[in-house]
Design a protein around this ligand. Structure first.
Ligand code: PLP
Length: 310
């Protein structure tokens, strides 16, 4: 019953008809495409979608189109090409984790309407903190009623370190219960994870204070870092990639930050393209304004020491 209660709560949180739990969002992503799409249908996927979406699409025998990252002209061209199929599904991350950029969902939903397609979003980097009430990218961009399917995780902002789900139309959820292999052939979530996720959703539904404070903290970090002379990729997202270019610079600066008590990770090729090494900073609801200011000061000091700042 606690699992059923959580599914009901997830659906209510996202304002959808029903929801189904998985052991992880990776499982939710590998379980949906094969269950929903046949060789008569088509999926149109952003080229930078998460690995689990790519794997989910690999497992299914539908027609596959890959459009250039957030490129609406290319998506439209692919949608035109895909008109010959029975059903079209556009699949995108709501927010992309390496750059902190947010999918243009208004434009995607408009194209989907025009070319008769369904929209699927992966909200792992949005659930709980994007949008005025933390509902996610669809709330932030005002398209909650236009996105058909949401997959997300209980393991990131909701804090459980495990658990994932699909939420959307009841008929789709019924279908997944019958056909989705990671749901059918794997254990359900441990009760402790169900309990913590349920409480996290209660906190978010009682008040939007946490979601609002995230937006303010993100803005504080991004604007202070930019004023200090750093380039921060993406926009309005608490994933703040500090762009450095050189792989060694990113790695030694991240080490120096750690020696100052600040745990941030350097990313370089092959995780990100060559010449685009960065340190990815993730602002959290538990950071105080003082924490953020201390982090900016440390970055400034370390950046000057290694020549990333004049
Ligand atoms: N989708 C995206 C965009 C992710 O970043 C991740 C985790 O890294 C996943 C799916 C998988 O989520 P989980 O850790 O719940 O399997």
């Amino acid at each position: 019953s606690i699992h059923k209660d959580l599914e009901e709560k997830i659906a209510r949180f996202h304002q959808r008809e029903d929801a189904i739990l998985y052991a992880s969002c990776f499982d939710a992503n590998t379980g949906i495409f094969e269950a929903l799409l046949t060789p008569e249908d088509a999926v149109l996927s952003d080229e930078l979608n998460h690995a689990s979406i790519i794997d989910g699409i690999r497992l299914c025998k539908t027609n596959k189109y890959r459009y250039k990252h957030m490129d609406m002209q290319d998506l439209e061209a692919k949608l035109k090409e895909a008109q010959k199929h029975r059903l079209r599904l556009v699949a995108t991350d709501g927010a992309f984790s390496m750059d902190g950029d947010i999918a243009p969902l208004r434009e995607i939903c408009q194209l989907a309407q025009q070319y008769d397609a369904l929209v699927f979003i992966d909200e792992c980097h949005a659930t709980g903190f994007l949008g005025p009430n933390g509902r996610g990218t669809d709330e932030l961009l005002g398209v909650m009623d236009k996105v058909t399917i949401i997959n997300s995780t209980l393991g990131k902002a909701l804090g459980g370190a495990a658990g994932g789900y699909t939420t959307g139309p009841k008929l789709l959820i019924d279908l997944l219960r019958q056909r989705s292999r990671p749901y059918l052939f794997s254990n359900s979530l441990p009760p402790a994870v169900v309990g913590s996720a349920s409480k996290a959703l209660d906190l978010l539904m009682e008040s939007n204070a946490i979601a609002q404070s995230m937006a303010a903290k993100t803005q504080r970090f991004r604007s202070q870092m930019t004023a200090a002379g750093f380039t921060i990729s993406g926009k309005d997202h608490p994933i703040c990639p500090v762009m450095l270019g050189d792989a060694r610079l990113a790695s030694v600066m991240a080490e120096d930050m750690l020696s100052r008590g600040i745990y941030v990770i350097g990313f370089s090729y092959p995780v990100v393209p060559k010449g685009q090494a960065r340190i990815r900073v993730q602002v959290s609801a538990v950071h105080s304004d003082e924490d953020i200011d201390r982090c900016v000061d440390a970055f400034t000091e370390v950046g000057r020491k290694h020549g990333a700042l004049p």
